[in-house]
Ligand binder design. Structure first.
Ligand SMILES: Cc1ncc(COP(=O)(O)O)c(C=O)c1O
Length: 400
């Protein structure tokens, strides 16, 4: 009945397959390797309780009041400090912007930059919900294949050359350089430098999604592209979802002042400002060292769970399957032999008690039908073992 009233643009909205899936598994006896929830045991509950009480009683005129659109000054000052832990220096609070999760930052960034028909590069595969936002902008895609080392920059450079030869121009590359979701890859320092050089040579912007930058649990986390950016081409998106609590819905952007001004204009139309209370809680959590204390705990938890998942996969998946060995983040990505269709297989997997996300959701062209994403941050270790074992058995049966 509502259809005739809806605006033209509504047809480009896509529901997140993951959310739909989670709905299907609700209340059922299914081990979900599908979601992307943090392990709730990593939430610093007591600290957040204490801080919330403190900021409400000591500064109600800020924490309960309307506040400026780009963010509360105290929070933006603390963002500068947090960014320095990722090696981002040479910025001040006016280079920062508070958002409702990094999801809102993605929405605003793509809406500010991408017109229908613009050329936008994305990794193949890439973060599903970012793709859904992009789809609504109707760009032309440049797919950058993911290798075990991250995006294939040789292939990307050929695409850039080809576009240039055709008189076209890439506008934006949306990239997740560290602990990529879903691919599990992390770019090395040389590739990071090369990507920045390509952006300068071919004159495009980079939207760097660093959702998992603090969650590297093996080796050092390489500096984000933003730390190497000398020409203000990188729009950096960060989040508190993985290092404090996703329910706070708090993210941030670090970018040129020019871009921050544009974000401010858009956000005035969207939601006026990010909730004051959550900004104050996060600012205080950084100030009191809660986040710095919590990060090693989260890394340890996820490293252990990753190891459990990798071992279970090794033991039970078909021998011709390949999978990522992520040094951080929350996911393992699996490439099965070409004969598998993970979309079709999902129903039977769920019937047997395990859910995953079919990998094609993460490809802008819905290719990758033989891939799947498995989450290791939320299920218990026992569920990880059992879930992978059920899945491995099913895969072997199908390939037999
Ligand atoms: C790569 C990536 N970017 C962005 C987000 C969005 O996070 P949030 O909106 O909770 O900050 C996620 C969440 O899973 C993610 O994996």
């Amino acid at each position: 009945m509502f259809e005739k009233f809806l605006s033209h643009d509504v047809q480009y909205l896509r529901s997140s397959e993951i959310r739909d899936l989670l709905k299907l598994t609700e209340g059922k006896n299914v081990i979900s390797l599908a979601g992307g929830l943090p392990d709730p045991s990593t939430f610093p509950v007591e600290d957040i309780k204490r801080i919330a009480e403190d900021v409400i009683s000591s500064k109600p005129e800020i924490s309960l009041q309307y506040t400026p659109t780009p963010g509360i000054t105290e929070f933006r000052e603390q963002l500068v400090k947090l960014a320095s832990l990722r090696g981002i220096t040479g910025i001040d609070p006016t280079n920062t912007f508070a958002t409702v999760g990094s999801q809102e930052a993605l929405y605003m960034t793509f809406n500010l930059l991408v017109d229908p028909g613009d050329y936008v590069a994305v990794e193949k595969p890439t973060y599903l919900t970012a793709l859904n936002v992009l789809r609504a902008r109707r760009p032309n895609y440049v797919g950058v294949p993911l290798t075990p080392e991250g995006p294939d920059l040789d292939s990307f450079e050929s695409s850039l050359r080809r576009l240039k030869a055709e008189g076209k121009r890439l506008k934006l590359f949306y990239v997740i350089p560290t602990a990529q979701n879903p691919g599990g890859t992390t770019m090395n320092l040389n590739d990071r430098k090369r990507l920045i050089e390509l952006a300068e040579e071919y004159d495009f912007l980079i939207a760097e999604d660093d959702a998992y930058g603090f969650l590297v649990f093996e080796g050092d986390s390489p500096p984000p592209l933003k730390a190497l950016d000398r020409s203000e081409r990188v729009i950096y998106l960060g989040t508190f979802s993985k290092i404090l609590s996703p329910g706070l819905r708090l993210g941030y952007v670090i970018a040129s002042k020019e871009f921050i001004n544009e974000l401010e204009l858009l956000k005035q139309n969207l939601d006026l400002h990010t909730p004051s209370l959550t900004q104050m809680i996060a600012a205080e959590a950084i100030k009191r060292g809660v986040i710095e204390r919590q990060i090693p705990i989260i890394r340890k938890t996820y490293k252990e769970k990753r190891d459990v998942m990798l071992q279970a996969i090794e033991e039970s998946f078909p021998k011709d399957a390949k999978w990522s060995r992520p040094v951080g983040g929350m996911f393992v990505f699996v490439w099965l032999s070409e004969k598998f269709d993970t979309v079709k297989l999902l129903e039977e997997a769920m019937r047997r008690g395990v859910a995953y996300v079919p990998g094609s959701s993460f490809f802008y062209d819905y290719s990758g039908r033989n891939t799947m994403r498995l989450n290791f941050s939320f299920p218990s270790k026992d569920e990880l073992r059992r879930g992978v074992e059920i899945l491995g058995k099913l895969l072997k049966e199908v390939s037999a």
